[in-house]
Every structure is written in C-alpha cells, then in structure tokens.
Design a protein around this ligand. Structure first.
Ligand SMILES: [Fe+2]
Length: 291
C-alpha cells in the first residue's frame, strides 16, 4: 500500500490496495486516514453495491435512507445513486427530477449537517465518469479555520448556527416536501466552530443547510456565511477531483465542505454514495434522503 499527499492542505492518496481484501494493517491505516486526513482518494477499485456497503461499514454504522421520491428507489438500503441514467440505461433529460434534486449538491455543504448526529465519513465511488467537468471539490474547513486571525476565531467560537435541510433544498428549487418530511428532519443547532472528535482540531461548520445564526438577522447571517464560505473556497484550501471510473473518495464531513461541479448532461455519469454515523452515535435506523 502506497500513501501520498493529495493536496498541500489536506488529503491522502492510497494506492496499491484492494478495498475488498484488506489486511488488518491496511484496514487500520485507511480508517485512520478517513478520520484524520479530510479526504482519501483510493483509485482503481471495482465494487458491487454490497462490496461498497461492506467497505463503508469499516468506518461506522451505515446511514440507511428512506425511499426517496426523486431517485431510483430500487437501490439497496444505504446506497444513494448519483446518475443521469434511467432504468432502461438511457441518459435522462436535464429536466429530470433525479438531476434537479442533485442540483443542491452543487452548493457547498457537509452531508447531513441538518441532523443532530451529522455524518462522519461519506464515500463516493465512480462507475462511469464524464470526460470533462463533473468534478467534486472539497474545502478543508480545518485549514481555513487555522488561517483565520485569532480575534475572528474567538468571535466565531461564540456563535451557534441553525441547519435546516429544507432551507438548502428550497434554495435549489425543490419544494415538494411532505409534512412527514418536515417532522423527520426538524432544524438543528450546531456550533459554527466545531472540534473534531478524533483529532481535536477545530473547523468551521458552514454550508447550504445553514438557515440562521443565533443573535443575527437573516441578512447578517447570510452575509457572514457567504464571507466565510468565500474564505474557505480559496485555492489553498480546495482540492478538485476529476473522476476516473474505479475511483473511491472517502471524506470526513467534520473537517470538509464539498460540492459537485456541473457535468455535461449528454455524457453518462454513474456514481454511488454511502455514508456512516459518527462512532458511538445512536442515530435513527432509517432517514430521509438528501445530501
Ligand atoms: Fe454531499
């Protein structure tokens, strides 16, 4: 197994390994990387849905999603398919619900930050990738936090934000939620500055799910989130990944933000995503879908 740096600020690339047959030492190293490096790129893999679930479970308990109206519900529990291919294997038009829904993923976010328990790692695996565009970008919110002046760190450390799943979805044009949806994921508070449970490092928890900040007007909160997001998306804190089929990227939602970039809608694109709870978290068995 060969481990190299992915980006000066964060991330590791792990090669010469098969995630379907990990030795104990390899498994431990990958779990450690997944909890400390922010992102881990593991190229050259070939995974069935079940094999991806098996690999995902080395990081913790898998998040199972309730059937989602906007996506193909035939996937096994725990698998979210991000694709522009319909059940007949054809490319869907850009107006398709599946693509409309994924537009929310193009805004910076941390998966499931609208839940109290949040996600630890998410894992994206590329089966088919476009030749141009369709990159995923990650910003290290730890490196960005470290670069802030101390006075700003102190000020932000006092703030609490509200994360609301519907805030981000409405912004991306999705409003057809049911009463049940609202009840399943009510807005939750999170500190704006979080401490990583494994490394103890501090980072900024931002993203499209932030709907309010305590003690601020809506306009003030929006301006602060925009300003901090701009700070985080500077090139020195961002890794952009162009996908090759067989790529796995494991990322830590507690120390990064991510977003998808536009892809050519006439090219085939098939990705699978899985995610886990933080270790020791007693999350609900089944959850609503969404990033
Ligand atoms: Fe996401």
């Amino acid at each position: 197994m060969k481990v190299t740096t992915l980006h000066p600020a964060f991330g590791l690339k792990i090669e010469d390994v098969n995630v379907k047959s990990l030795s104990h030492a390899e498994r431990d190293e990958i779990i450690k990387a997944g909890n400390t490096a922010g992102i881990v790129h593991i190229p050259g893999q070939s995974l069935s849905e079940q094999e991806q679930l098996d690999f995902t479970s080395i990081f913790g308990r898998i998040r199972i999603l309730r059937v989602n109206r906007a996506r193909d519900s035939k996937r096994p529990p725990g698998i979210v398919e991000i694709s522009n291919i319909d059940a007949e294997g054809k490319i869907v038009p850009p107006s398709n619900d599946m693509l409309r829904f994924s537009k929310g993923n193009m805004m910076w976010h941390s998966d499931y930050s609208y839940t109290a328990d949040w996600a630890a790692q998410s894992i994206l695996y590329a089966l088919e990738a476009v030749r141009k565009g369709g990159e995923t970008e990650w910003a290290s919110t730890e490196a960005a936090y470290d670069a802030l002046p101390q006075t700003e760190k102190d000020r932000l450390g006092m703030l609490t934000a509200t994360h609301d799943r519907f805030h981000s979805r409405i912004k991306s044009g999705f409003t057809d939620f049911t009463e049940e949806d609202y009840k399943l994921t009510p807005p939750v508070p999170h500190p704006l500055v979080t401490t990583h449970p494994v490394t103890g490092r501090k980072s900024l928890l931002l993203g499209s799910h932030v709907s309010a900040i305590d003690g601020m007007t809506e306009a003030e909160a929006e301006a602060l989130v925009a300003e901090l997001t701009e700070f985080c998306e500077q090139p020195q804190f961002v890794y952009a990944h162009s996908w090759t089929p067989g790529d796995i990227i494991v990322w830590d939602n507690r120390s990064t933000l991510h977003r998808g970039r536009p892809a050519n809608p006439t090219e085939r694109r098939v990705m699978r995503r899985t995610a886990v709870f933080s270790p020791g978290v007693e999350g609900p068995e089944v959850q609503v879908a969404g990033a």
